[in-house]
Design a protein around this ligand. Structure first.
Ligand code: SF4
Ligand code: SF4
Length: 112
């Protein structure tokens, strides 16, 4: 198993998660982060740290497409280990439905 980042991270991107990961397996896109499933050691430390509750274990049902998205973009986006400021409008997007369809960006973030 692995932990993965899901829909509610998009445009929230609080980044509390990167500070606690012992193996630095978060990767940064333009408006969300993903976890590298082969690097994650399933410690679960990041899950309660996410203010948007976007981090889930991939053992939860219905997350196959998110596992695929995390796997695909962790291979393309730069590694991120240091917390940056959240977007100014992060709160407005917390809990908005269907963010993948509306707002997902395949562009990479800046990384560390
Ligand atoms: S803490 Fe949650 S919302 Fe913030 S970047 Fe990490 S996964 Fe995304
Ligand atoms: S479960 Fe642990 S190893 Fe995996 S991403 Fe979260 S903090 Fe990192």
């Amino acid at each position: 198993m692995t932990y993965i980042v899901t829909d509610n991270c998009i445009k929230c991107k609080y980044m509390d998660c990167v500070e606690v990961c012992p193996v630095d397996c978060f990767y940064e896109g333009e408006n969300m982060l993903v976890i590298h499933p082969d690097e994650c050691i399933d410690c679960g430390v990041c899950e309660p740290e996410c203010p948007a509750e976007a981090i889930k274990p991939d053992t939860e049902p219905g997350l196959e497409s998110w596992l695929k998205l995390n796997t695909e973009y962790a291979a393309q986006w730069p590694n991120i280990t240091t917390k940056k400021d959240a977007p100014a409008d992060a709160k407005e997007f917390d809990g908005v439905e269907g963010k993948l369809e509306k707002y997902f960006s395949p562009n990479p973030g800046e990384g560390d």
